[in-house]
Design a protein around this ligand. Sequence first.
Ligand code: CDP
Length: 243
Amino acid sequence: MGGYGDVQMLNEDGTRMDGRRPDELRKIEIEAGVVPVADGSARVQWGSNLAIAAVYGPMEAHPRKISRQDRCVLDVRYNMAPFSVTDRIRPGFNRRSREIGKVTANALESVVQLELYPRSKIRVEIEILTAEAGTRCCGITAAAVALADAGIPMRDLLVSVASGKINDTVVLDLDKPEDNYGQADLPVGILPNSGELAFLQMDGDLSVEEYDLAMVYNMKATKEIHELQKAALAARYENRGEQ
Ligand code: CDP
């Protein structure tokens, strides 16, 4: 988020550099069951972002110190592959990946019925294979499908999406140049059936009116992405029936 409001990112007809309308998502494709050895998994291609999420468990919580008497813990890792961006990323975790892992775990805790598995853990691994802004949203959306694919009881699915501001205009789902030169970014996690918020982060400034419009865009996009999640899980269920 550079905050360069003077870099022109909107065409004269109000469309964006990649031709999208302000309230239009990048193309999203979701597939469930892509990692054969995992208990549940999903692939989300979101514009040029590509995330794979794999879920293992529930299993006994190790190391013992992370175990909780009354609930399961989510052991979440978010990682960007070294080749996921043009500047090679040093392998291993860094401050950013730990922060996104924590945000993701907190958001998923809003939907997973953790009380059903005391003293257990569920491992959620998110690998970003290509990155082009919005990878936390892509990864969280994939992780929710992977958890459902693993048959983990959940109160709702979870969708993550972001709106932001470029050239004083609120737009949905910032791509890389918009993220670099834009003025604000508002990624959220939303429970699609109840409309509840699971997390919200804000980079940059939005007025109350801009925030309200960004949330209207986020809610609308949540419904669209939820349909893709459900279709991916239904397709997976049908394929299992044939095996
Ligand atoms: O990916 P997301 O928007 O959730 O998080 P960010 O920290 O705002 O990163 C925005 C984008 O910057 C990423 O999606 C990557 O495309 C890029 N990035 C990068 O090129 N190198 C990094 N070490 C981290 C991020």
